[in-house]
Every structure is written in structure tokens, then in C-alpha cells.
Design a protein around this ligand. Structure first.
Ligand SMILES: Nc1nc2c(ncn2[C@@H]2O[C@H](COP(=O)(O)OP(=O)(O)O)[C@@H](O)[C@H]2O)c(=O)[nH]1
Ligand SMILES: [Mg+2]
Length: 197
């Protein structure tokens, strides 16, 4: 899959769904500051998503229309950049709202082909992550864990962490990514191509 162009469409608060018919969608979720916006920018090779070193900056779902070439054909895909969850400064209520928002949005949107779950490679899985994993499994949602900022780890640590997380996720695929070096981009694009085919 090759990305040709990408445009920002809109920001949404909640249940309002993207009205475009028959366009497959890929969601990007994960903690604040994990690198969601940076990943989108690096995938589309344009600065369309706002990045920030201040955690919790994105409070809306940002929708991008991405056009790509897949097996010689031009296709449209929606990328949706979700607000981060689990930031310690947000109150319990905000966390609950976030949960209600993604639950609503994801469960009511049949066009979603997969969820890219970004996870900072330097972190460990905590209770909030476990809740997310349970929710993904319980609802039979297609997802892929992507270990971000892998430029911050040694090759041997990367391999070790990939193995541990993979085992934890009942042998699902775990990918790595660096928006800084482009590591893992090819593999992530192939995974996404498979998901939208
Ligand atoms: N070293 C490194 N830093 C990154 C990477 N991706 C994002 N960052 C940094 O992490 C911070 C948060 O990134 P951002 O994309 O805004 O995260 P978001 O809140 O998940 O959208 C920014 O300071 C980025 O420059 C990466 O792959 N490697
Ligand atoms: Mg962001």
C-alpha cells in the first residue's frame, strides 16, 4: 500500500459518525503522548495531525481522508486520530467520558476495519491497558498493538518486548514503530492494507 495524499476532514466530539459511504476506516488509539499524531503524519508524509509534547492536547476525534494505492487501484481510507486516554491529570469523569465516546464511536461504526493501538515501548501494561484489551477481545474487534518510539530502545530490548506483549495478547501480531526513523512503517502499511482489502 502506498499513500498518495491525505487531508484533514473534521474534528468530532462524539457519536456523530463520518457520513462517507463505503470508505473503510482505521482508528488510532492509545495514551496521550504515545505518538498517535506523529504516526499519522509519518505515514502520510505530511504534517496533517497536530503533535504536542503536552499530554492530553487532543480532545476530539480528528478525521483524515487518505487516498492510497492498493494493488494498482486507488482507494480512500479514513484515519481517525483519537484523544488519548489514561493521562493522570484527567479526572475520573473525563476518563469515563472518553470511554463512552470510543465505545460509542467504535461499536457503532461498521466501517472500522482495524484499530491501531499505540503503546509506548518503554512502558509496562497496567490496569487501564488491561481494561482496554478485555474490551477489544470481548467485542471481537480487529486490532493490532504497535510499540511506538522504538528508536528509544535497543534492538535486543525491542525483540524481548515484542515477545512478551505478543504472548500477553494470545499470540496476536505486535508491530513496532518509530515516527522519528520510519522503522516499522513498511510492516504497518502491509498490516493496514490487509485490513482494508
Ligand atoms: N523519539 C520519538 N519521539 C516521538 C515519536 N513519536 C512521537 N514522539 C514524540 O512524542 C510526543 C507526543 O507525540 P504526539 O504524536 O503528539 O502524541 P499523541 O498525543 O499520541 O498524538 C512529541 O513530543 C513527539 O515528538 C517517536 O517515534 N520517537
Ligand atoms: Mg495527538
Amino acid at each position: 500500500m502506498r499513500i498518495i495524499n491525505a487531508e484533514f476532514v473534521k474534528s468530532m466530539v462524539t457519536v456523530e459518525l463520518v457520513e462517507t459511504v463505503d470508505v473503510p476506516e482505521i482508528c488510532f488509539i492509545g495514551r496521550s503522548n504515545v505518538g498517535k499524531s506523529s504516526m499519522i503524519n509519518s505515514l502520510v508524509m505530511r504534517k496533517i495531525a497536530r503533535t504536542s509534547s503536552t499530554p492530553g492536547a487532543t480532545k476530539l476525534i480528528n478525521i483524515f481522508d487518505v487516498s492510497c494505492e492498493l494493488k494498482g487501484e486507488r482507494k480512500s481510507v479514513i484515519f481517525s486520530d483519537f484523544p488519548g486516554f489514561g493521562f493522570s491529570k484527567v479526572s475520573r469523569d473525563v476518563s469515563r467520558n472518553w470511554q463512552a465516546m470510543i465505545e460509542n464511536y467504535i461499536l457503532k461504526n461498521p466501517k472500522i476495519r482495524t484499530i491501531i493501538w499505540l503503546f509506548d515501548i518503554r512502558r509496562e501494561i497496567d490496569e487501564l491497558d488491561r481494561m482496554l484489551i478485555d474490551w477489544l477481545f470481548k467485542n471481537n474487534l480487529e486490532f493490532c498493538m504497535v510499540l511506538t518510539k522504538c528508536d528509544k530502545e535497543t534492538q535486543s530490548n525491542i525483540a524481548k518486548k515484542k515477545r512478551v506483549f505478543k504472548e500477553y495478547l494470545e499470540n496476536r501480531q505486535v508491530l513496532i514503530y518509530s515516527a522519528k526513523t520510519g522503522a516499522g512503517k513498511k510492516e504497518l502499511l502491509s498490516y493496514m492494507a490487509e485490513a482494508i482489502e
